[in-house]
Design a protein around this ligand. Sequence first.
Ligand code: NAD
Length: 360
Amino acid sequence: MTLIPGDGTGPEIVEATRRAIEATGVDITWDVQEIGMPAIEKVGTPFPQAALDSVRRNKVALKGPLTTELGTGFRSVNVALRKEFDLYANLRPAKTYKGVRAPKGDVDLVIVRENIEDLYAGIEFDINTPELARVRAVIEQEGKTKIREDAAIAIKYISVMGSRRIVRFAFDYARENHRKKVTAVHKSNIMKFADGLFLRVAREVAQEYPDIAFEDRIVDNMCMQLVQKPELYDVIVLPNLYGDIVSDLVAGLVGGLGVAPGANIGTDVAVFEAIHGSAPKYAGQNKMNPMAVMLAGVLMLRHLGERSAGDRLERAIAEVVAEGKDVTYDLKPTADDPTAVGTSQFADAVIRRMGAPVHA
Ligand code: NAD
């Protein structure tokens, strides 16, 4: 298994997670690799070949957050990792745990976001460039529409292949995890071709899964319904842009960034991580909540077929959080609560709950 500690507070929370995963009794050999800023410092490149080879070989990685340094000239390593391994599915379960302050109780949703296509494919044309002028000319001619000269352009594309595989992923996930319904989200009333295609393909794929219910929702209505009645939904599949926004909305419903895990999954490789960033100002302070990376570890264990170990780890985390004693500052009633424990003490409490000995 490849273990990428990340940077900022990443190494602390990843280490806490490694200990908690080992306490489940599953035998994992960790292959520790650096990418991003730590790799630049050590070997001068954000993507050392050895790290990429390790991920390709092990097929599964647990990753800490990586700081995106603005203005250093290399694009986000997180995005690059997704492209390198064609990690087309972003899986974001969102569940309320007792003890986590959340605006909504009893949320148990899974967001499946397409990760490669759509407006986020990076096809953009900057204002006042010759490329933009050529693209504008084609659009004006073919689309019979005028585009202002002071506009920049970003292209949204959605393919049959991309839609089919993400919707199949959502249905397969639903089936494997005993979920009952998949909801496809779109705006096909306005974007009749791109979003219309997504919806058409989703309806076709749904026919292959008669045991799972299917419905669709327009994205704006979906946002309102999720705030008012999240309990009506189960697995939700969305194109990239809507998925990005709606998955954060849902993370907010269950208590925010500190408690939400994610996974980026492709045909061959899967990378598990928290959705929060590296919170660099707290680096080295043993302060951050490791719960989100630990829950990513739960997803990883289930992905590896270690379902009962995953269930045990999730139960232990839930019990520690529900008790509210050995938890980090963000899970206490106030951020300056003197009874808050550190990252590694939270891990110790989770390990003890599983009945395992605590090793530093
Ligand atoms: P962030 O998520 O790192 O932190 C924002 C704030 O949220 C923190 O200051 C802290 O108060 C709180 N917080 C976040 N995680 C927490 C935790 N585990 N426990 C308790 N509190 C927590 O967001 P940011 O400051 O916008 O980003 C910092 C860096 O991380 C940026 O460079 C960004 O690009 C990067 N980032 C990386 C990933 C990734 O690696 N997948 C994801 C998001 C952001």
